[in-house]
Design a protein around this ligand. Structure first.
Ligand code: PAF
Length: 282
């Protein structure tokens, strides 16, 4: 049984009761169009907490003027069926008016992490993400929140925000769910035609190739980045960036840094696909 809340006030009343009863609350924020990757987050919360709250809110603030806010798949009925199937306790599905009653005034920026890579290509995106996630955290006040590692930069931005604002919440990253051919599960995969879907695994293949190069001791990161981007382009996608960065703060790594993450974004038809691979250099 999944109880649906559309109002902040009603959800707060319910969660106060749970908190007063000493229940540990887990939170999974989403934009809906749920897939197995989201369900992994729900299962992580179910196993670590007494009560699991999912949210579905397509946040206008994190979409640029020419992005896919209107087209973003909204599939509330099938999402709810999946949440019921996983016995998720509560779904919070607010309207834009409920979340932004007076529009956007106060904003949360995390410039060091939010303006690079994905943030450089999508100006304002991470300000929109950080602002809505802070609002959601204030509404739900969970003990822990779960985010997919597929959105590695988003996870880094949220961890930084939580540290800087001293928010009393634990953040847990959950491994990326993948199709059998390696494509990272994403709501935006729904935009792919059948033939594009055949091309899309080139992203993960290039990440794996780059990861192997690093694991084998190749320190020529610039060459690895260029070659891997060419592999993706040769498969018919258009690489936006393919970058090897420090896993902790996403800066360009020196050769003594061992904990790395390779991040990439590529356009394929209507879909902007992002993925990453964490690697430890020898
Ligand atoms: O990853 C997402 O689905 C969104 O960016 C999030 C974290 C729910 C904020 O709108």
């Amino acid at each position: 049984m999944t109880t649906v809340f559309h109002s902040i006030q009603d959800l707060r009343v319910q969660l106060n009761q749970d908190r007063n009863a000493g229940r540990r609350i887990g939170f999974v924020p989403t934009m809906g169009n749920l897939h197995e990757g989201h369900m992994d987050l729900m299962r992580a919360s179910k196993s670590g907490c007494d009560v699991t709250v999912a949210s579905i809110f397509v946040n206008p603030m994190q979409f640029g003027p020419n992005e896919d806010f209107d087209a973003y798949p909204r599939t509330l009925d099938s999402d709810l069926a999946q949440l019921k199937n996983e016995s998720v306790d509560y779904l919070f599905a607010p309207t834009v008016r409920e979340m932004y009653p007076d529009g956007v005034n106060t904003q949360i920026e995390v410039p060091s992490l939010g303006n690079i890579l994905e943030g450089a290509s999508r100006p304002g995106h991470f300000t929109g993400v950080a602002t809505v996630v802070a609002k959601l955290f204030n509404i739900v006040q969970s003990d822990i929140a779960y985010f997919g590692r597929k959105d590695y930069q988003q996870l880094a931005v949220i961890r930084r925000m939580v540290m800087d604002l001293l928010l009393p919440i634990q953040i847990q990253g959950v491994a990326t769910g993948r199709a059998a051919d390696g494509l990272a599960l994403s709501s935006r995969n729904a935009y792919l035609s059948d033939s594009e879907r055949q091309q899309a695994p080139a992203i993960y293949a290039a990440l794996q190739w780059a990861g192997q190069q690093i694991s084998q001791g190749n320190l020529n990161y610039g060459m690895i980045e260029r070659e891997a981007a060419a592999q993706i382009d040769n498969a018919g996608l258009k690489t936006d960036y393919f970058e090897i960065r420090c896993a902790q703060n996403l800066t360009a790594p020196g050769h003594s840094q061992r904990e790395l993450v390779i991040l990439t974004a590529a356009q394929l038809g209507k879909a902007r696909l992002i993925d990453n691979l964490e690697v430890t250099a020898p």
